[in-house]
Design a protein around this ligand. Structure first.
Ligand SMILES: C[S@@+](CC[C@H](N)C(=O)[O-])C[C@H]1O[C@@H](n2cnc3c(N)ncnc32)[C@H](O)[C@@H]1O
Length: 261
């Protein structure tokens, strides 16, 4: 297909992820290519994904599924429901167009977060990026995520209640967070640590999202959690990869988050 024809098909979709398909063909969405590169490094930098299976929950246009594959992952399954069926976003069609343009072997399956469970099988790494706060009832989903995660859950979320070390989350009625009626919750790191360990994860290194500032796409502080199970991760973790991450099991680290607000 000619570049101009492919670009016309790309432009017929409304994108979230900005991706380069050919030197002169790209999608353009609110997440720029530069932001996605920074996010991918924050999410995957400490890891050697080679050969590991990956489940992407809430994949939308699939950038992080594709990035997992580019970083050597084995089986990759991209799942979503809300934006895939949304008449404006038509996210599954966009992901499948991107997949064919990139020539990457990523499976797709329609699964909403509350439909996760053992029937999907076990994945070495599960991605749950930008989804937690969209769910009005997110806590059972953390337990379901544990059921499908063999080694590591990577969770990224909007956050709030950052001026306290007490485990809390803020509730946003209606469309009171960013005018988006699908935004419900802003948890703080202490809460996420306790919820993830209650759900069966053992160790939870934390870091701030790489691009949160007053002028960024995400003006509020977002957080990145790597929630490990007790399974062997010696082939998954790069030596020294977590040097700059916080260990939230240490009270002093949760207190230090307060002074950064
Ligand atoms: C902010 S996007 C994140 C997309 C991608 N994971 C990323 O990090 O770039 C939120 C995703 O959550 C999914 N989602 C799942 N359940 C949802 C719900 N109840 N309301 C809104 N979005 C939901 C959407 O379909 C969408 O793909």
């Amino acid at each position: 297909m000619k570049d101009s024809d492919l670009q016309a098909v790309v432009d017929s979709y409304t994108w979230f992820h900005s991706m380069q398909f050919r030197p002169n063909v790209a999608s353009s969405g609110p997440k720029s290519q530069a932001v996605l590169v920074d996010e991918a490094e924050a999410f995957f930098g400490p890891l050697a994904l080679h050969g590991h299976s990956v489940l992407d929950v809430g994949a939308w246009n699939g950038f992080f599924s594709f990035e997992s594959k580019r970083r050597g992952a084995g089986r990759v399954l991209a799942t979503d429901s809300y934006t895939w069926n949304h008449p404006l976003y038509r996210g599954r069609g966009a992901l499948e167009l991107a997949r064919s343009a990139l020539g990457l072997d990523v499976e797709t399956r329609e699964v909403a977060p509350h439909e996760l469970g053992k029937h999907l099988g076990l994945f070495d790494v599960t991605l749950f990026l930008g989804v937690f706060y969209h769910l009005i009832n997110p806590i059972p989903v953390l337990f379901s995520l544990r059921e499908v995660t063999h080694r590591l859950l990577i969770l990224e979320t909007h956050q709030d209640a950052l001026n306290t070390i007490h485990p809390m989350m803020a509730f946003y009625p209606g469309a009171t967070l960013n005018g988006d009626g699908t935004n419900w919750w802003g948890p703080n790191p202490t809460l996420m640590y306790h919820l993830l360990t209650e759900a069966g994860f053992e160790r939870v290194p934390y870091r701030d999202h790489p691009i949160c500032s007053a002028t960024s796409l995400y003006p509020h502080r977002r957080g990145v959690y790597h929630a490990f199970t007790s399974a062997d991760t010696s082939r998954l973790e790069k030596p020294g990869g977590y040097g700059n991450w916080l260990d939230l099991s240490i009270e002093a680290n949760r207190s230090s988050l307060v002074t950064q607000v």
